[in-house]
Design a protein around this ligand. Structure first.
Ligand code: C2E
Ligand code: MG
Ligand code: MG
Length: 538
């Protein structure tokens, strides 16, 4: 437009001058002028293009400084445009990478996993066999974060990611879904190969992970869904692998393949909290008692009260399932008080029948935070005329570590009331014995995950041995949970363990059955158990 205007003006001027100067010279002058204005305008536009390119690059944070401003302006401009293009391409790739990868572990994230899963499901044909999707979740990871800090938690997750990658083939994908959840996609994997891989994952996770001076064990639960058997839709498969994973976690199975009844179970879980309230009120809960044997004398020293809920439709619901629900829904106080009330009544009845026993009761995390609980327990002791030294209160190591200050305050109060205190599931809560020694603790119970296989697994045996030695040096008694075989019993005896509990001695029993077992002659055949001293000589 500007050019036309200049042209028009020059034409008018030319016509004014036509009479006075020769036509040829005028035309040449006109053309010269036209050319000059054209070049000027082009130069101006080039300059403004360079400026807007610079400001564009600056806004994108891409440096475009010219190294040695050689070449003419158009050449430089060309270089700049090409460089800006390259940088923008690289920037786009980086953004795309970020959007599809987890920044902590650099593994593919949920979005990329779902993309690959959908892609695989679309091309899947019968010749390729099945496809396996594994969802994995670390056990007790929250406790690591809460007690040791997020920086340790992050390093643990990075190492878990590395270990998972180490067991995969090139065509497999391992992804971090978020938090402590990982997933694996195994194209062409059948049941057998998937099972073998799950075992491999559990094996690599079994070795302790060293973070600074700490040695952590990242237990993992794996759920598997197979395509096409369990579904051909990516979201459905992921949900089903998730359901299987919860089943594996609940049952301490390591890994589980999806089954339809897992689903029924998870749906019915939702209604459990309201039904639990009714169950407590309607007296539908029950207690079982598991004997603890003194390894030196062979005497049954104590029984642990374990709560049972036989649901009218679902059958037995494991305590590890409904206790967390009770904790989340404010039902834990009535539940704990119900258990303590029944257990103390039973203890009193045994004592009256001349059976000299102590009783061990489990306290949950929430119970520890309940300021009114010690007072309420005191009232129940008085009601059932039970001495506090006959009662051992078991507090899990993880409960103590999740809120150490409250735990210390409540434990001091309970100890001052005369109760014995025991640390349950020791070895799973990332505490140290020297820390626990600052608490008024009388004994520790080594978690069954270290005990049950200690005759086969040298690492477990070393851990149990070191724990027993250290606990004894600190003046604590040691109970081993999960003793399932004679071999483990013998090993524990050699290591000087004080007390044992487990299926080898007996599974949990109803009160009547327990008394019948104690009174039976069964124990005579087993050299490791001698009878209770029955006060009334029964
Ligand atoms: P826990 O206190 O560590 O109880 C021991 C668990 O190990 C019991 O499971 C018992 O049946 C099981 N067990 C005993 N011997 C063996 C063995 O040789 N091998 C194996 N594999 N397992 C064995 P249960 O009854 O399912 O209880 C699970 C957990 O639920 C308990 O672990 C405890 O933390 C919690 N719990 C149970 N009753 C109560 C309760 O009344 N209140 C609270 N707050 N928690 C409870
Ligand atoms: Mg216990
Ligand atoms: Mg335990």
């Amino acid at each position: 437009m500007g050019m036309l205007l200049v042209g028009g003006l020059l034409f008018l001027l030319g016509r004014q001058l036509t009479d006075r100067v020769p036509v040829d010279g005028l035309l040449a002058g006109l053309l010269l002028l036209l050319f000059g204005s054209l070049v000027g305008s082009l130069w101006y536009r080039l300059g403004s293009l360079c400026r807007s390119l610079d400001s564009y690059a600056e806004r994108l944070g891409i440096p475009l400084t010219e190294d040695g401003a050689t070449g003419d302006r158009i050449e430089r401009l060309d270089r700049r445009i090409r460089r800006l293009g390259d940088e923008m391409l690289a920037e786009t790739y980086a953004l795309e990478y970020q959007a599809r990868h987890d920044p902590l572990t650099s593994l593919p994230n949920r979005a990329l996993l779902m993309e690959r899963l959908t892609g695989r499901l679309n091309i899947q044909d019968n010749t390729e066999g099945s496809l396996a999707l594994l969802v994995m979740d670390l056990d007790r990871f929250k406790e690591v974060n809460d007690t040791l800090g997020h920086h340790i938690g992050d390093r643990l997750l990075q190492e878990v990611g590395r270990r998972l990658v180490s067991v995969l083939r090139r065509s497999d994908t391992v992804a971090r879904l978020g938090g402590d959840e990982f997933a694996m996609l195994l194209p062409g994997a059948d049941t057998e190969r998937t099972r073998a891989l799950c075992r491999k994952v559990l094996e690599v996770m079994d070795a302790p992970i060293k973070v600074d001076s700490l040695r952590l064990r990242a237990g993992i639960s794996i759920g598997v869904a197979l395509a096409p058997v369990h579904g051909t839709d990516a979201n459905l498969l992921l949900r089903r692998a998730d359901v299987a994973m919860y089943h594996a976690k609940r049952k301490h199975k390591g890994f589980a393949f999806y089954k339809a009844d897992h689903d029924n179970h998870s749906i019915s879980r939702l209604g459990l909290s309201s039904e639990l309230r009714e169950a407590i009120e309607a007296d539908e809960l029950a207690l079982e008692y598991q004997p603890l044997v003194d390894m030196g004398s062979g005497r049954i020293r104590c029984v642990e009260a374990l709560v049972r809920w036989c649901h009218p439709r679902m059958g037995q619901v494991p305590p590890e399932e409904f206790i967390p629900i009770a904790e989340q829904t404010g039902m834990i106080r009535p539940l704990s008080l119900w258990v303590i009330d029944r257990a103390l009544a039973q203890l009193h009845a045994w004592q009256r029948a001349g059976i000299d026993l102590r009783i061990s009761l489990n306290l949950s995390v929430r119970s520890l935070q309940d300021r009114q609980l010690p007072g309420q327990i005191q009232k129940l002791l008085e009601r059932h005329r039970v001495e506090p030294h006959c009662v051992i209160l078991e507090i899990t190591e993880s409960a103590i570590m999740s809120d150490p200050l409250t735990a210390r305050r409540v434990m001091r109060r309970l100890s001052a009331m005369g109760f014995q205190l025991s640390i349950d599931d020791f070895g799973t809560g990332y505490s140290s014995l020297s820390y626990l020694k600052q608490l008024p603790v009388d004994e520790i119970k080594i978690d069954r995950s270290f005990v049950t296989r200690m005759d086969e697994d040298d690492n477990d045996a070393v851990i149990v041995r070191a724990t027993i030695d250290l606990a004894h040096n600190l003046g604590l008694k040691v109970v081993a949970e999960g003793v399932e075989s004679r071999d483990v019993w013998d090993l524990l005896e050699i290591l000087g363990c004080d007390c044992a509990q487990g299926y080898f001695i007996h599974t949990p029993l109803e009160a009547q059955e327990l008394v019948a077992w104690i009174r039976s002659e069964e124990w005579r055949d087993a050299c490791w158990v001698t009878p209770l001293e029955l006060v009334n000589g029964t």
